[in-house]
Design a protein around this ligand. Structure first.
Ligand code: DI6
Ligand code: FE
Length: 409
């Protein structure tokens, strides 16, 4: 603890989410938190606070402070919308049927290719703002609605530009292996060549992606094709994550765990052996209840088995125009509990500590602890249980990004 600090928050209860602090939320009640240089430098019971001279003091008024929320799986940069397809699905057509008849991901690809960089930015920013208004301070954004070199680059540059103009951390993933573009119809292996030989190297040259993702599904790419993408990502020193086993068991999770993937996302159809493989490799399970809900799925991910095996479970929106057009991470916390059986404390861990781990960022954020970034949210509530329970009315009182107050309005 230095003698002076930039910011001191006192009279606050801290849901640190630090697993080394006993109790559901790693709670430190009647706490004080000191911040300098964008990082937490001291956190503990207020009565133990050493002498210090803060530049600014905030009275937390007995409210609760949590880590900034982290949405670790979004596709929020896209053109157009799919309201027409929503109506078709409500009329009884399945997601796969719509996709196979030229709708689905490919219809968003057409709209995203047609949008100018400026249009894409303007369409995407309100989606980002919706997340930020809920206390989200880190957002992952994927490409994958371009499926050609220029449009994949356009999407990823848009994500980087959103980060330059908004007080939020953005990390990006290249999801060129999302669907087969129409110009490669019947030639999926040649499209995988394009990804491995041209798209990923160009993305890496411009440092546009922090990771590489892929859609390993019967309506996406096979395990063998995805393995080639993983090998190409590894050559470029990029970590991988996999959309796995949302619609059927494919073997994607076993492949991802073997490759040391950061996360496998969805995983409704994984087997007991897959759960053990994840526990061994430390691969995070990213649960996406909004997609499950939107697609009226019935197969839930094996949460009890994941919990029993000690697999780290993150929660995310999957914000995308088809299977989850819902820009609310708080609603996902509620759905994680109601639909998947998480506890409220697991839901908060899922959008903080575990989400940070799914992005390979657990050394810098997701927990309130000295040495970590001061991305924090002050909530007007008397227990963190409310965060997963209530939807809509409970809003952050203050949002801090690297210790800076970035509360909107
Ligand atoms: N994430 C995805 O990328 C796909 N499903 C999912 O959960 C498809 C998104 C889309 O329909 O556009
Ligand atoms: Fe997704």
């Amino acid at each position: 603890m230095t003698e002076r600090c930039d910011l001191l928050i006192t009279n606050v209860n801290a849901a640190t989410m630090d697993p080394s602090i006993v109790g559901a939320y790693g709670a430190v009640e009647d706490a004080a938190v000191a911040v300098t240089g964008g990082k937490i430098v001291w956190l503990g019971p207020r009565r133990e606070l050493p002498d210090c001279t803060p530049d600014e003091v905030i009275d937390g008024e007995g409210q609760w402070l949590t880590p900034g929320l982290i949405d670790c799986h979004t596709h929020l940069v896209y053109g157009g919308h799919r309201a027409g397809e929503f109506a078709r699905r409500l009329g009884g057509e399945s997601y796969e049927e719509v996709a196979r008849s030229g709708g689905g991901i490919i219809s968003t690809v057409r709209a995203t290719r047609a949008a100018s960089a400026e249009q894409l930015y303007r369409l995407s920013e309100p989606r980002l703002h919706a997340l930020m208004s809920e206390g989200v301070t880190t957002v992952e954004i994927k490409s994958g609605y371009g499926l050609d070199l220029d449009t994949e680059l356009k999407q990823l540059r848009t994500a980087r530009r959103l980060a330059q103009h908004n007080p939020v951390n953005i990390v990006t993933s290249c999801l060129a292996a999302h669907a087969l573009p129409p110009e490669y119809d019947g030639r999926p292996d040649e499209y995988i060549d394009l990804i491995c030989e041209q798209i990923l190297p160009a993305v890496a040259r411009e440092q546009l992606a922090d990771a590489v993702d892929m859609f390993c599904e019967t309506i996406g790419f096979s395990v063998d094709q995805c393995q080639r993408v993983i090998d190409a990502a590894k050559k470029l020193d990029l970590p991988v994550k996999v959309h796995a086993e949302q619609l059927a068991r494919t073997g994607a999770t076993a492949m991802a765990a073997k490759a040391g993937a950061l996360s496998v996302d969805h995983i409704e159809y994984i087997s007991d052996a897959d759960v053990l493989a994840m526990a061994e490799s430390g691969t995070v399970a990213v649960l996406l209840p909004g997609a499950f809900y939107t697609l009226h799925e019935t197969q839930v991910p094996p949460v009890e088995k994941l919990r029993g095996a000690g697999v780290c479970m993150a929660l995310s929106t999957d914000l995308n125009p088809g299977s989850c057009p819902i820009a609310s991470l708080r609603l996902m916390m509620n759905m994680g509990c109601n639909l998947f059986g998480l506890t409220p404390a697991e839901a908060l861990a899922g959008v903080t500590r575990s989400a940070a781990r799914a992005l390979g960022l657990c050394c810098s954020r997701g927990v309130l602890r000295p040495g970590l970034r001061a991305d924090m949210v002050l909530w007007p509530m008397d227990t963190p249980d409310l965060l997963a329970y209530e939807v809509g009315a409970l809003k952050p009182a203050q949002i801090f990004l690297g210790g800076r107050d970035v509360t909107a309005g």
